[in-house]
Ligand binder design. Sequence first.
Ligand code: 5CA
Ligand code: ZN
Length: 432
Amino acid sequence: MESWYTPLPARLPVQPDRLKLYDTASQSVRHPGNLAEASLYVCGITPYDATHLGHANTYVTFDLLNRYWRACGLPVTYVQNVTDVDDPLLERATATGVDWRDLAAEQTELFRSDMEALNVLAPDHYVGATETVDWVVGSVEALVANGTAYAVPGTDTEPDGDIYFSIGATEAATHWTLGSVGRLSAEEMVTVFPERGGDPDRPGKRHPLDPLLWRVARPGEPSWDGRSLGTGRPGWHIECSAIARRLLPAPFTVQGGGSDLRFPHHEFSAAHATAGDGLPLAQAFVHAGMVGLDGEKMSKSLGNLVLVSRLRSQGVEPVAIRTTLLSNHYRDDWDWTQEQLTRSMDRVARWRHALDVQEPGDGTAVLAAAHRALSHDLDAPAALAEIDRWAEQAVARAERGPDGTSGTQPADVDPASPDVRAAVNGLLGLAL
Ligand code: 5CA
Ligand code: ZN
């Protein structure tokens, strides 16, 4: 489907890629392989409600990663999906009396405009689940053929033929084991599975945590031709697995999303891919923390949402929203507050003042410092602190006047060095 538009930043004169990231699967901070090019898959929205600050935080996190790689001159292929058919979307459409397709189209459009406003670089491939059903059917057929997927008989209330993924068969045939990607304990997995779309009590499953791959058609539900699987619709985890395998290398560099996706979603997307071809889904699995409000995770189901679009319509500048998100380390869980937003507005004003009064200057030092900070597991708060330091010094120098300058005159400026505004925009996506 159509992506959104954001101008690509220029390559910046920074040192080569030294980025270390916390990989959930290996539980260590490490460089994800030797990169000649980079590939990124970030799980996209389920478009039944508008972009809240939790979503925004996750996409801004991976935008930092994308910008870091691009600043180093690495070619990047970035894929994001839209789960434009799934239970929560269908339930919301039914409850509000709208067509599920209209709801998805409307909310996806709002998401695109929020991303554009937040200066999040557009993915190279933006793909809806409804556009890729054929790929899913091929993947599920392959799993049925190699014995890692099986059909479940019907009951009084469910029809015959739903296809499930076999945890046991995959553990026997590959190096993947349950929990090896998302790293939740057995008890945690049992607790969160039903909260995140799983059906542990479905009769006929071999293992209570076996996830759904293909749901055969029910009256009143959308369905597609599933060839040998019968008419139906895709399960959730196979969607991301099939899209990533189709559009990215195996394994690709980083699989990203919020930490609520560690299990079951990333665990099983990875397992499905490995069950198909024996290879890991990705070299690293990176998870952003959860943003809350008043001590609770911000979520569509709880309804405690601060929407990006509402803040924008109240006149809040997107750059202040982005600054607030970047003021928190991406792996932390934190609560959105009005005080944080107000502090960010002041900060943006200070940076703009410094840009106005600075001597014609050299962005190399602040760029190098911010880039160094990001190299340590995308430490954006430390990168912003470097901009604060630069701004303080730039203002102090301007107040001292030309006599107080320590020899950095316009004549000394390297014409190839980026200006501070371009460096901050390119690396951090802050359009000051
Ligand atoms: N469509 C699936 C992924 S394939 C999905 O999880 N959609 S979502 O709309 O529920 O979430 C979209 C992204 O936002 C996911 O990466 C999710 O982890 C992240 N997210 C959701 N709530 C929060 C939150 N409160 N804080 C941070 N990230 C969040
Ligand atoms: Zn996903």
